[in-house]
Each structure stands twice: as C-alpha cells, then as structure tokens.
Write a protein that binds this ligand. Structure first.
Ligand code: KIV
Length: 272
C-alpha cells in the first residue's frame, strides 16, 4: 500500500503543533467505520475525525443533532481499531457537553475510555468554557470548532457563511484566543471568510484547520463522503471532489444486477 508520507510515527497533538511551527500543512478527513479508516490511515492522513457528520452521511438525518453518545462511541471504536498512524479525534455529540460541565466530563471520559481515541472535538467558545476547563483538567485533549458550528443550525437558521459581519467576526477571534488560552490543542474553523481565518491562524500558535475557510490556515478537513463524490447532493463552493464514487459504485452495482439476472454470475470458476 503506498503511503503519502514516509514518517510512520504516530501523529500526536504535539506533532500537529510542530507541523504548524515548521509550516507543514495538516491533512484531516472524516471516517466512521473500520474499512474506510484503514484505507485513509494507510494513505497517510495526519488526522482522522470521527465526525458527528455521521448523522448525515451514515444515518441519513438532516442535521447532526440526533447523534447520541453511544452512536459516536460505536463509530469511534470502529475507526480506532483500524488506525495505526493518524491522530483520531471523536466529536462530542449535541447535548453531551453544553449544559452541565460534570456531565460534559463524564461524556468525554466515556469517549476516551471506550473508543481509545486520542482526543475529542466540541463546538463553541465562551458558552462552553466551563465544560472545556473541566475536560482539560482530566487530561483529555480538546480540538475546538468555531464558525458554522452545525450543532447550532437551528439558532443560525441557515448553512450560509458565518462571521461576515464585524461583531460576529470579533466574537469568533475572541473565542479562538479563549480556546487557545484554556489549552485546546487545535481549532476547526468552518465556513467563514478566508481573510478572517487567516488572521486567526496568524494570531494563534495552535493549529487552525479549515473547512470552507480558505488556504491561509494550517490544515484542511473535509467530509469523506463529499470529497469522494459518494454524496452528489451537496456542492458547496469550498468542496473539491477527488473521485466520483457515486458513478463508480452505481455502475458496479448495476453490472452485478445484470450478471445475476442474466445467469452470467456465478460462472463455473466462481463455484465449488
Ligand atoms: O462532523 C464533522 O464532520 C465535522 C467537520 C465538518 C469538521 O465537524
């Protein structure tokens, strides 16, 4: 199996910070199951995110909100079993960290104990400060997530670009500084103006990973189903499709149906 990198050492939170310091961009992609995580890890991905986007692409929900802690733990365990090199981040699902910080810690501990992932990701800034502090006190590394935070979609009412107005942009910058001060090791910035994301990446020492946040940040993340072209109904401007698996899989499945119907499959060599 060819790997993009020859550096086979396990990726750690510390190594991501070193990558930012030497200007090496960080690659990050979602995965939710053993087989795909194994392929993505062997290809040389730096970070694998077990995203709560599983709610959309695995379970067919419209938003990420229905995802439960048990479901995230199931996906997390499947991915961790496959991964040798990449840093594995598991998303904290909606409702498991926004209220009571003791519950937030209990949820994060379950994720770490049961999945054996390297760290967690959660959405928000000052609103979730207490939860972040308590989780970090337990020695669990946190990746933050600001900008278009999908768990707040009902508050936003739209998936449009966030922080275009000055007040929201300033709040985002303040939140990013707060997350760094609290001790988060990295932040995802989703769907915000490129100039704003670049400013945050320049002002902070921790790595900033963008999705729809331009090229001035320290790394990029995409949802695997989107970049592989499995999901054809989602075409935001920031998405680059690296394959058309929708066509490839549809055609393979149709060929199989044709061969079964025509009695071409199985042939004599394909039986005992
Ligand atoms: O859940 C997810 O896939 C994410 C990415 C969009 C960053 O949070």
């Amino acid at each position: 199996m060819s790997t993009y990198t020859e550096d086979n050492r396990k990726v750690t939170t510390r190594r991501l910070i070193e990558m930012k310091q030497r200007g090496e961009k960080i690659s990050m992609l979602t995965a939710y199951d053993y087989s795909m995580a194994s392929l993505i890890d062997e290809a040389g991905m730096d970070v694998i995110l077990v995203g709560d986007s599983a709610s959309n692409v695995m379970a067919g929900n419209v938003t990420t909100l229905p995802m439960t802690l048990d479901q995230m733990i199931y996906h997390g365990k499947s991915v961790v079993r496959a991964v040798k090199r990449a840093l594995v981040v598991v998303d904290m699902p909606f409702g498991t960290y926004q209220g009571n910080s003791k519950e937030a810690l209990a949820s994060a501990i379950r994720v770490m104990k049961e999945t054996h992932a390297d760290c967690i990701k959660l959405e928000g800034g000052a609103e979730v400060q207490e939860s972040i502090e308590r989780i970090l006190c337990a020695g669990i590394p946190i990746m933050g997530h600001l900008g278009l935070t999908p768990q707040s979609i009902n508050k936003f009412g739209t998936y449009a670009v966030r922080a275009k107005e000055e007040a929201e942009a300033e709040k985002l910058v303040e939140d990013a500084h707060l997350l760094e001060r609290l001790g988060c090791f990295s932040i995802v910035l989703e769907k915000i103006p490129a100039a704003l994301a670049t400013r945050v990446a320049q002002e902070l020492t921790i790595p900033i990973i963008g999705i729809g946040a331009g090229g001035g940040v320290d790394g990029q993340v995409l949802v695997m189903h989107d970049m592989l072209g499995i999901n054809q109904n989602f075409s935001p401007r920031f998405l680059r499709r690296y394959a058309d698996l929708h066509s490839i899989i549809t055609s393979a499945v149709q060929n199989y149906i044709r061969d079964v119907k025509s009695c071409d499959f199985p042939n004599e060599k394909e039986q005992y």
